[in-house]
Ligand binder design. Structure first.
Ligand SMILES: *Cc1c(COP(=O)(O)O)cnc(C)c1O
Length: 500
């Protein structure tokens, strides 16, 4: 299967090339030229397989320049007992007879980014070899919190790669920061940027788009690549868990083959929910896709009005991994729903970068509205949702998952839709333990607790075990303490790579 750019249909590259370079040369995103189909009998067959083997079957359809053995090797290196605390990898938790949580946080960093970032380094390493590349690959990451740590864990000590992570100084949780600044590995670097996630992301994008800097890197035998969710190698493994969730519902007799299922996705960069959209387009029986945002509700407005407008105050919330005003992967959705109109997509993206705003046509808006429902909630509603679900069911959610549950409740109330629904649970509650504990046990429970006492108290009050990767953090030495201005990101990279 060949890949093209959302901004130029004349481009054509292999999947290995798309994964190796991350971003298309015209600034667009790589997309498959056509979508493979999986439905009917093939879905039933898939449901008999393990998560790892489901991954191989689905990836085989997209990454046709990889052999089955190569993909099997990648999948088994990523999804195994050493890395994930459950054999199921992405288990479903049944809340009621029609509502399930898809828990995507049983990997090494306790958030859903592991689902893709455990396998991406293996795909990338093979892509580099396949394309005859001899330079060392430098992974440059801007993170709103969870990507950074997950990318560091995925790439650490992978031969032929280096990884540099920039996180916004204001906008990640203490625990997220602690996870990153204590990272081990001989090929890793971490720096804080003064600013928010969009500052860090636009800084990284600028470095990516800089042709002169690329030459300097090349002279030093380096090439840049991306582990952000714009990389196709990150998106495609995410399609797997939507199929897998459906297969598990089938296997557990919760649904019959062909029954539609809704998915609710707590959304930031639009990567996770886009994977659900691809699964639907591939033939998975999906009803509605419910796009849940926090107070940075640019996507809610877009879905409802057809106007994307990032000119609004950036809010720091209790669900920081969704504090995003530019949802990069939306570009891929626009490409699909315009019938692959590269010129139109390029023009909207140019308007977005020039004025921070664009408006889609009525037809495009209607097409998006058929599939997607958009909603948002604020921090107070998020807290209330965590508390209510804990009281009613004894189930403890993290803040991001709670945003999704809250928006699902709004959706259900508004539409009366009784379709069975999977709420995508994107982080362990321990990763955002102060907000979760406050919701479960009251603000006063937080008094005088440091980050680690918080974990213990949450474990006690929620009747849960602290995940091993978080429990060990307080004894790890802090390795990275670089902080820079947005304008200094180039110098930081040059310094870290020792460029001449
Ligand atoms: C990254 C992240 C999200 C948002 O996912 P996108 O793919 O950016 O939409 C939601 N929740 C958590 C916990 C995350 O880490």
């Amino acid at each position: 299967m060949e890949y093209t750019s959302t901004r130029d249909n004349s481009l054509s590259v292999s999947s290995a090339m798309a994964i190796k370079t991350g971003l298309a040369p015209d600034g667009g995103l790589f997309v498959p030229k056509s979508l493979p189909r999986i439905f009917g009998e093939e879905l039933s067959e898939l449901s008999q397989l393990s998560y790892t083997d489901r991954t191989v079957k689905i990836l085989e359809k997209f990454l046709t320049d990889f052999t089955g053995a190569e993909l099997s090797d990648c999948a088994h290196s990523a999804y195994n007992k050493e890395k994930f605390e459950t054999d199921e990898i992405a288990p479903l938790y049944k809340l009621t007879s029609g509502v399930y949580f898809l828990e995507l946080w049983h990997g090494p960093t306790c958030a859903f980014k592991d689902m893709a970032l455990q396998i991406l380094p293996h795909l990338l390493k093979k892509s580099v070899v396949k394309t005859g590349e001899t330079k060392e690959v430098v992974i440059l990451v801007a993170t709103s919190g969870d990507t950074g740590k997950a990318a560091l864990e995925g790439f650490k000590d992978v031969d032929g790669t280096r990884i540099i992570v920039f996180y916004p100084e204001k906008g990640v949780s203490n625990m997220q920061k602690r996870q990153m600044v204590t990272q081990e590995g001989n090929n890793v670097d971490v720096a804080a940027v003064m600013g928010n996630f969009d500052d860090a992301q636009s800084g990284v994008k600028k470095i990516f788009g800089d042709k002169e800097y690329a030459q300097i890197l090349e002279r030093n035998n380096f090439m840049l690549s991306s582990a952000n969710s714009i990389n196709w190698g990150r998106l495609v493994p995410q399609i797997v868990y939507y199929f897998s969730a459906y297969c598990n519902l089938l296997k557990n007799d919760e649904i019959k083959l062909g029954d539609p299922v809704n998915f609710v996705v707590p959304t930031g960069n639009f990567g996770n929910i886009l994977a659900a959209y691809y699964a639907k387009e591939m033939g998975l029986p999906v009803g509605r896709l419910i796009c849940a945002s926090n107070e940075n509700n640019v996507l809610t407005d877009f879905i409802r009005t057809g106007v994307y407008d990032k000119n609004r105050p950036f809010k720091t919330t209790g669900s920081p991994s969704m504090d995003i005003l530019i949802s990069s992967n939306l570009e891929r959705l626009l490409y699909q729903v315009t019938g692959k109109d590269d010129g139109q997509v390029a023009s909207w993206m140019q308007q977005l970068s020039e004025s921070g705003r664009y408006e889609v046509t009525e037809a495009v808006k209607a097409k998006i509205g058929e599939v997607f429902y958009g909603g948002f909630c604020d921090d107070a509603q998020t807290q209330k949702t965590i508390s209510e679900v804990h009281q009613a069911y004894g189930y403890v959610m993290d803040t991001h998952t709670a945003v999704a549950k809250c928006v699902y409740d709004q959706y259900k109330k508004e539409t009366g839709d009784e379709t069975k629904t999977v709420i995508v649970s994107t982080a362990s509650p321990f990763k955002f333990s102060d907000r979760v504990l406050a919701a479960v046990a009251g603000e006063e429970a937080l008094a005088r607790l440091d980050d680690f006492a918080l974990l213990e108290t949450l474990a006690e009050k929620g009747d849960l075990a602290i995940p091993a990767p978080l429990a060990g953090l307080n004894t790890k030495p802090i390795i990275f303490n670089t902080t820079c201005e947005k304008s200094e990101m180039y110098e930081v990279v040059s310094h870290m790579l020792n460029l001449s």
